[in-house]
Design a protein around this ligand. Structure first.
Ligand code: DAH
Length: 369
């Protein structure tokens, strides 16, 4: 065996024996690196006679090419084997139970909002919204609050600083200004989700945030209301009564609701009423439907002719009713939360307790979860 074939046999054996890419690489450097065994042989060609070089050159070069090719093939095999081993070791076991994960809860106000929208939608009500920042005209004047009338102060309004035109905007104290926006159609400059003026008939609910400078167990500076507005020809209080009673029965999931309409005063309705429902109280708990007590649930009335006129509707042609619910209050009544302020304290433990699963079974009364 010549020295070259001996070297080749040795290298070939080493290549075959290399168990991983790193060993193979060390071996490659030992043979083909700068001072590797084959590289050293190639260097000897320079000092040879032309005849000797012509004979040895092709032999050494051939050896180098075969060894380089064998190393490349072995490297591909080893890499594939290493990848296989890694894939096998790191395989995801889909049958393992997943680690526990915190699941968010639906806030009671949002749950109740969904329930209310579903019930009113079934009665044919559409949905509208209005801006949180209002002007005096929409919040008060157009709603028939006389100028300087104490009713304006009753609302404990949050006024904003005067703007460059000397006007003071405010945080709306109720959702009723959206009635005006709906009837007047003054919303060209507002984003498209805001109520746009409608020609009667109008049959709409308006949920939204409202603000008053007030804070105790049943009041928070920000709360949620749901306005209702129906305008058509020959609308009367019977329609109002049926609508509210039907809603209350569905919402509280009780077949029997007894209501009473107590005369009240709102500037924007005439007559105005507060609707009470029969209930039973034991301690902090209230059971709606039957009992020997009454609970005030909603303010309502027939839209005042002045409001219709302010909104460009002829009161001799169009009549309507309106109502205003406190959404958070309806949530506390149905789901038994003692202090309204807790609803907006953003305490996750509270939400864990009172919140709703986003994946709950549909509620048979509302079709919603
Ligand atoms: N806007 C009234 C309030 O915040 C609630 C209300 C009462 C709304 C009677 C109405 C209504 O639409 O007819 O106190």
């Amino acid at each position: 065996m010549t020295d070259l074939s001996q070297l080749e046999a040795g290298l070939t054996a080493q290549i075959a024996a290399a168990a991983d890419v790193a060993t193979l690489e060390a071996m490659r450097v030992g043979a083909l690196g700068k001072s590797g065994s084959i590289s050293e042989l190639l260097k000897t060609l320079g000092a040879m006679s032309p005849d000797a070089r012509r004979e040895r050159g092709p032999l050494i070069n051939g050896l180098r090419d075969r060894v380089a090719a064998a190393i490349a093939i072995r490297k591909t095999d080893l890499e594939a084997a290493e990848l296989d081993a890694r894939l096998a070791a790191q395989r995801v076991d889909l049958s393992l139970p997943s680690p526990p994960e915190r699941r968010g809860r639906v806030h009671p106000t949002m749950q109740v909002l969904d329930e209310m929208i579903a019930i009113f939608a079934e009665m044919g009500f559409g949905l509208a919204e209005g801006p949180d920042i209002e002007d005096d005209f929409h919040n008060f004047t157009a709603l028939n609050f006389p100028p300087k009338h104490p009713a304006r102060e009753m609302h404990d309004t949050f006024w904003l600083p005067e703007d460059e035109r000397g006007e003071r905007k405010l945080l709306r104290t109720h959702t009723s200004p959206v009635q005006v926006r709906l009837m007047r159609g003054l919303n060209e400059k507002l984003p498209s989700w805001v109520a746009n003026g409608q020609e009667p008939p109008i049959r709409v609910i308006v949920p939204g945030r409202t603000y008053r400078s007030d804070s105790d167990a049943t009041h928070t500076p920000m709360f949620h209301q749901m306005e209702g507005l129906v305008i058509d020809r020959a609308i009367h209080m019977g329609h109002l009564k049926w609508t509210l009673e039907t809603f209350i029965a569905r919402y509280f999931e009780t077949p029997v609701v007894e209501t009473r309409f107590r005369p009240h005063h709102f500037p924007f309705t005439e007559p105005s009423a507060e609707m009470d429902v029969r209930c039973e109280r034991s301690g902090a708990e209230v059971k709606i439907g039957q009992g020997d007590d009454w609970m005030e649930i909603v303010g309502c009335g027939m839209v005042h002719p002045n409001v219709l006129t302010n909104c460009g509707l002829d009161p001799d042609v169009w009549q309507g009713f309106a109502f205003g619910f406190g959404i958070d209050r309806l949530a506390t009544l149905k789901y038994g939360m003692p202090d309204l302020r807790d609803m907006f304290a953003s305490d996750v433990r509270w939400l864990d307790h009172y919140g709703f699963s986003a994946f709950a079974q549909p509620n048979p009364a509302t079709g919603l979860s």
